[in-house]
Design a protein around this ligand. Sequence first.
Ligand code: KIV
Ligand code: NA
Length: 265
Amino acid sequence: MMRNTVSDIWKLYKKGEKIACVTAYDSTSALLADRAAVDLLLVGDSLGMTVLGHDTTIPVSIDDCLRHSAAVVRGSEKALVVADMPFMSYHGSSHEALKNASRFMQESLVSAVKIEGGEEVADLVKKMVQGGIPVMGHIGLLPQAVLVKGGYKVRGRTEEDEQQLLKDGLALQAAGAFAIVMECVKSDAAKRIVTALDIPIIGIGSGLGCDGEVQVMHDILGLNPDFIPRHAKKYLDLAEQINGAFTQYKDDVKSDRFPTQENWY
Ligand code: KIV
Ligand code: NA
């Protein structure tokens, strides 16, 4: 099976077909999302929270992202795999940033990387693309900037902020980004920005005007028993089901109901 390329993503965009994206962090979940024909798997640095137990994406290292990205590539056949570059891995010299980005392409074998930011990263995006690395932009709410912004804040609430987001989007497009994630931007502003741009805009919490949607796997599967963000929908309550299975297993072991004769050699 031929893996999706950035051209396949553009084809969907040009046809007006919504682009379905979900995060994945390991080979099993990658395989399952891939078999459901999700178009793009994002190895988000949200893995800091979903699999490593951190409170934010800030403690996530480049080695964390490389290892999980490689697992997602191994688990999937068809979906385009995009890896997040983590906190401060693309803010030093452009030489260092390009070297870090190359590791995702050469060691994890992903098809593209994603970095947060707009105008301020456009020069770097251009260099990456010139070097042969497809880049996905990320504008709006930027989780890696949570400490300097003093929290997670919805964007595009004012005319001024909308203009900044538009400038950021245009700069990324001009630099050669193949698509942009737009996180938690007011839906009316998001719609106008999408209309002004000619590359696919993948929304999360930004409304139906976007060209596709990305969600964190743990949110849509209901894997977090304690929290569901407004932008997500629980398609399953896996936390509940898994808890039931573990409880039954534990009770069976304690009462000798498991294993039974057919389970031993
Ligand atoms: O890290 C992540 O999961 C992301 C998506 C939510 C866009 O960046
Ligand atoms: Na991310």
